[in-house]
Design a protein around this ligand. Structure first.
Ligand code: ASP
Ligand code: MG
Length: 412
C-alpha cells in the first residue's frame, strides 16, 4: 500500500478541536487507500514553555536533560492524535522517537537523524494498522538517551520518514496555505506559488522565509521527497498548497521565484587589519571555531598595507564573534583597530533557478534599489541568489520594489 506522510505543526494541533480537524484530514487520506504516517509537533507554545522551565532552573543545563524535557510536548500530541483517530474507528497507535527507533547522533539539542528502521511500523501496517502517529522532533542517541533535532525539527522528522518509507509525498500542514513569493505581511501583492524547486526553497528557507526548517528542505532535496506545504485550516483540494519538487517537474517559472528577508543579521567590521597573506584565515578560522555562521564577506582595498574587513553573522552570534576576535587579538594572531557591530541592518535576497540562464538579474536588482535611494552595504551572490545588506528601515521598501520590478505578482 502507498505510504503518505502527513505532518501537523504546532498551530495545527494547538487545541483538541484542531487535533480533531487534523485527524479528519488523516481519515480522508486513509479512505483513499493510503497507509499514513502522521508526524506531530507539540501544541503551539508548549516547547517554548518547556525551554523556559529548563532555563529557569539551570541556564547552563545538562543538554541531555534539556532534550528529555523539551521533547515531551510531542509525546502528548502523538497520544492525543492516536486516540482521536481510534475514536473515529481508524486503527492507529502512537510512537515516540525511541520506540521506532529514530536513531540520531548524540549532539543533544541539535542531533541529526542517522537511521529510521521501517520494520516495526511496516509490520503494524501489515497487521491492519492504518495510521502510525509519530512524535516529531525527537530521537535516541547511540547511548540510549533522548535527543532532539533543533527547533522546528519535526519538519525534518517528517521528511526523514518520507525518505525512509519511500512515501508518495510528504504533506506539511501549517498555518499558512503555501509558499509565497514573499511575506504577504510586507506586500499584499505576494502570490502563492503552485510549485517551487528544492534549490529555491532551500535558499528561501535559509535566507529567512520561515515556512520550513532549512534542514528538512536539504533532506527533501537529497532524497527527492516531494513536499507539499498546505494549510490545516482550509478545506483541501488535491492541488492545494505549494509543491516543493525537482526542477524538472516545473514547466514555467519566473527568473526570480521569491524575495526573502531577514532582520536577524548583523554587519561586523574589523577596522584596520594588516593586509597580508593569511589574514582571512586568521580571522575566519577562529570565527568558525567559535561557531559563528558567517554569511557575507567584503574586504576593502588596502591603504598602506592595512584594510577593513566586513562580514555578516546572525545577531545572536555578535557577542561570540566579538569574543573570538578579541581572543585572536590577545594571542597576537591578528591586530585590528576596532570591531564595529551594526545590528540596524537587514538582508534582502532574490532567489530563482532562472538566474542560471539569465544575465543581468543582479544588475537589475541594484538599479531598483538605486531608484529607491537605498544604499547597499554588502553584497553576496550565488548561482541562484543575490543578497544585499541594507539599512533596516528600508527593508519593506526594498522588498516591495523588488517584488514589483521582477513582476512576482504575475505567473510566468
Ligand atoms: N516543537 C518543536 C519546536 O517548537 C519542534 C517543531 O515544532 O517542529 O521547535
Ligand atoms: Mg514548526
Amino acid at each position: 500500500m502507498p505510504v503518505l506522510v502527513m505532518k501537523f505543526g504546532g498551530t495545527s494541533v494547538a487545541t483538541i478541536d484542531r487535533i480533531k480537524r487534523a485527524a479528519k484530514r488523516v481519515g480522508v487520506e486513509v479512505a483513499k487507500g493510503n497507509d499514513v504516517i502522521v508526524i506531530v509537533s507539540a501544541m503551539a507554545g508548549e516547547t517554548n514553555k518547556l525551554v523556559g522551565f529548563v532555563n529557569e532552573i539551570s541556564p547552563l543545563h545538562d543538554a541531555r536533560e534539556y532534550d528529555a524535557i523539551v521533547s515531551s510536548g510531542e509525546n502528548v500530541t502523538a497520544g492525543l492524535m492516536a486516540l482521536t483517530l481510534q475514536e473515529m474507528d481508524v486503527p492507529a497507535r502512537s510512537w515516540q522517537g525511541w520506540q521506532v527507533p529514530v536513531m540520531t547522533t548524540s549532539a543533544h539539542s541539535s542531533a541529526r537523524i542517522e537511521e529510521i528502521p521501517t520494520d516495526n511500523i511496516l509490520a503494524k501496517f501489515g497487521e491492519g494498522m492504518k495510521v502510525a502517529v509519530v512524535a516529531g522532533f525527537q530521537g535516541a542517541s547511540p547511548e540510549g538517551r533522548i535527543t532532539t533535532l533543533g527547533r522546528g525539527g519535526s519538519d525534518t522528522t517528517a521528511v526523514a520518514f518520507a525518505a525512509a518509507f519511500e512515501a508518495i509525498r510528504c504533506d506539511i500542514y501549517t498555518d499558512v496555505d503555501g509558499v509565497y513569493t514573499t511575506d504577504p505581511r510586507v506586500t499584499s501583492k505576494a502570490r502563492k506559488l503552485d510549485k517551487i524547486a528544492f534549490e529555491e526553497m532551500l535558499e528561501l528557507a535559509s535566507l529567512g522565509a520561515k515556512v520550513l526548517q532549512t534542514r528538512s528542505v536539504e533532506l527533501a532535496m537529497r532524497y527527492k521527497v516531494r513536499l507539499r506545504v498546505l494549510s490545516s485550516f482550509e478545506e483541501q483540494s488535491d492541488d492545494a498548497g505549494t509543491l516543493v519538487c525537482a526542477e524538472e517537474e516545473i514547466m514555467e517559472s519566473n527568473v526570480v521565484a521569491g524575495v526573502a528577508f531577514s532582520r536577524d543579521e548583523a554587519k561586523m567590521t574589523l577596522i584596520s587589519v594588516a593586509d597580508r597573506p593569511g589574514i582571512a584565515a586568521a580571522i575566519f578560522v577562529p570565527l568558525s571555531e567559535a561557531g559563528v555562521n558567517v554569511d557575507m564577506i567584503v574586504q576593502n582595498i588596502s591603504e598602506e598595507g592595512r584594510t577593513d574587513m566586513t562580514f555578516s553573522c546572525p545577531t545572536d552570534q555578535v557577542k561570540r564573534a566579538q569574543m573570538a576576535m578579541e581572543d585572536a587579538k590577545a594571542s597576537g594572531e591578528i591586530n585590528f583597530h576596532d570591531l564595529v557591530a551594526d545590528t540596524d541592518v537587514a538582508k534582502v535576497s532574490i532567489v530563482g533557478i532562472g538566474m542560471r540562464s539569465h544575465a543581468g538579474v543582479a544588475a537589475k536588482m541594484f538599479s531598483v534599489l538605486r531608484d529607491e535611494g537605498v544604499n547597499i552595504k554588502v553584497i553576496t551572490t550565488s548561482e541562484i541568489k543575490v543578497s544585499v545588506l541594507i539599512d533596516r528601515k528600508y527593508m519593506e521598501l526594498a522588498v516591495q520594489a523588488l517584488h514589483d520590478a521582477f513582476e512576482l505578482d504575475k505567473t510566468a
